[in-house]
Each structure stands twice: as C-alpha cells, then as structure tokens.
Unconditional design. Structure first.
Length: 90
C-alpha cells in the first residue's frame, strides 16, 4: 500500500520549518482532508515530508465470524463419550 501511494504522483507543497511550526495543527488537518503532501525545509533544504496515511482511512475488518464456514462438526460435540478413557479408570 505504501509503495502504491509512493508510485502515484500527488500534489506537494513546500514550506519552511518556521511556518510549519507556527501552523502545524492546521496544516496537518489540511493534509488529511486534501491529500496534498507538505515538504518541510530547513535553510532551503528538504528535511521532512508530511503526507496522509492511506491505510488509516480504512476501518479494520471485524474478527467476528471470520472463520464462519471453514469448520465442519462431525457428530455430537456436547454429549459425553460412550467409552471411558484410560485416565478415568483409576
């Protein structure tokens, strides 16, 4: 998934570290809403890229019923066994 996102060409925006520091929370919301990545520079050189986390957008599947239909019950699993076990004969 990460490689797929990296291969796609997306919009980016470059801002200096001081501006990012002053507007951090608003810029993070903007990245989450629009998907536009932000490259933060320090002294004109790119240092960090802030991008939306793609897998966080999808809800995790429920584990309830995950194995439904994958098991088969042969016979009665509730009633006691017809013969005694060797361990019970003491």
């Amino acid at each position: 998934m990460v490689m797929k996102a990296a291969m796609q060409k997306s919009k980016t925006r470059t801002i200096p570290a001081g501006e990012f520091k002053a507007k951090c929370l608003r810029l993070m919301d903007e990245v989450a809403e629009t998907g536009t990545a932000i490259i933060i520079t320090k002294r004109g050189k790119p240092v960090v890229r802030v991008a939306r986390e793609e897998f966080a957008q999808k809800p995790l599947p429920s584990l309830y019923g995950l194995t439904k239909g994958s098991m088969v019950i042969h016979g009665d699993i509730v009633s006691p066994l017809p013969n005694e076990w060797e361990a019970d004969q003491d």
